[in-house]
Design a protein around this ligand. Structure first.
Ligand code: SF4
Length: 378
């Protein structure tokens, strides 16, 4: 369990100097215990206390990075249950499944489709983050060949799923420089999986049938110094997984239960065969609280709504969404066309640009930077 606010307070300088932005050391300690402030905000903590408080200064959901290089993505670091309490920090990552029993041509097509998903909306790039390679064939060589093929076609981080320990071990060793997520450690193989994690540095998913089992698994990995852990609560049923996700996030954030304070992975692709139902299921876990959501396909009509929905959930509610300050062309305006002026609040921009397009009158739209405020507020 994490330290309480009073435990932390005992290790602070108790000078109430206010340099951390809080009126007293006790107030700072309470916020630190709740994961709402970082230990570094107090410049007077001794090195000895820093060591003792390092865990308390971690967010209740630990940070985990999947992959290597420019396309690596970060999970966790969440500190609140509800977005409106503060903000969610690291958006859910979408991973598309590729099974290892399909042909090379089909793998090439799937990876190309996944790579092609790239939109820009409100100045932000929308894309799929990851590819989940499943050892559906049960054949180790096919699994390795599929991973090899995928990694030659994309820099997107991979999630490697197999029930065969020797296949996972070989895959982790051969592709360790790419830091894929290895799925999954269970009560039956935890010793071997811990060794893989220690030897390769790859993040590890743990799969358990109950919270007690998950806590046992994360506890064992932690004893071995392994923190790059992702939790699979694994019922593969929408209702059960949703309830489990909420219970896990509550335990980690409200009760500061460190053994459950890790990002999660949800397999929406294994909950239904209907692609549209799968998109709906995935959207549920964007809000509650899937860190990685595995889907079966990259069909644009399913993926684009998910990407937009995720963008809306994971923007910071304290900062209005903004578009770039510049002169926008709507239609084919020339030197005689009207110029309209508005603010850079994205909703305002989209409403006004839409109205101009509907009017069929080509125009210039001059967008001013007013820090994302609407026209009346600005
Ligand atoms: Fe206490 Fe440190 Fe905050 Fe000063 S900066 S009030 S010593 S916690």
């Amino acid at each position: 369990m994490a330290l309480s606010g009073l435990d932390i307070f005992k290790k602070l300088p108790k000078t109430n100097c206010k340099e951390c932005g809080f009126p007293t050391c006790l107030a700072f300690a309470m916020q630190l215990a709740a994961g709402k402030v970082e230990l570094g905000k107090c410049p007077h903590v001794s090195d000895e206390a820093k060591g003792a408080l390092s865990e308390a200064s971690q967010p209740p959901i630990l940070k985990v990075v999947i992959g290597e290089g420019d396309e690596a993505f970060t999970l966790g670091e969440e500190t609140v249950l509800y977005r409106h309490d503060r903000t969610f920090v690291n958006q859910s990552a979408f991973a598309v499944t590729i099974n290892d029993d399909i042909s090379e041509e089909e793998i090439e097509k799937s990876v190309s489709d996944i790579n092609d998903i790239a939109y820009e909306r409100v100045g932000l790039k929308l894309a799929l983050e990851s590819i989940c390679i499943k050892n559906r064939s049960g054949d180790k060589d096919k699994f390795i060949a599929a991973i090899d093929k995928v990694s030659s076609l994309t820099k997107k981080p991979m999630i490697l799923v197999s029930a065969d320990m020797s296949a996972l071990k070989e895959a982790a060793e051969r592709f360790k420089d790419l830091k894929p997520l290895i799925h999954a450690a269970t009560v039956d193989n935890i010793g071997d999986m811990a060794n893989i994690a220690k030897e390769t540095g790859c993040p590890i998913a743990v799969r358990g049938g109950s919270f007690d089992e998950i806590m046992e698994l994360t506890g064992k990995l932690k004893e071995d110094g392994i923190r790059n852990i992702v939790i699979d609560l694994g019922s593969r049923k929408l209702k059960d997984d949703l309830l489990n996700q909420v219970a896990l996030r509550s335990a980690a954030i409200k009760k500061q239960e460190r053994s459950l304070g890790y990002p999660t992975i949800v397999f929406a692709d294994e909950m239904t065969d209907d692609p549209q139902m799968e998109a709906i299921i995935a959207s549920v876990f964007v809000a509650k609280y899937g860190s990685i959501i595995v889907i079966s396909n990259s069909d644009k009509h399913n993926v684009y709504p998910l990407l937009v929905y995720r963008q809306n959930i994971y923007t910071d509610p304290r900062r209005p969404m903004q578009v770039e300050e510049k002169l926008y062309k709507i239609g084919n305006p020339d030197e005689n066309s009207p110029i309209l002026i508005t603010t850079n609040f994205s909703l305002t921009y989209f409403i006004i640009s839409g109205e101009i397009e509907t009017s069929k009158v080509s125009a210039w739209l001059l967008v001013m930077n007013v820090e994302g405020q609407s026209v009346l507020t600005a």
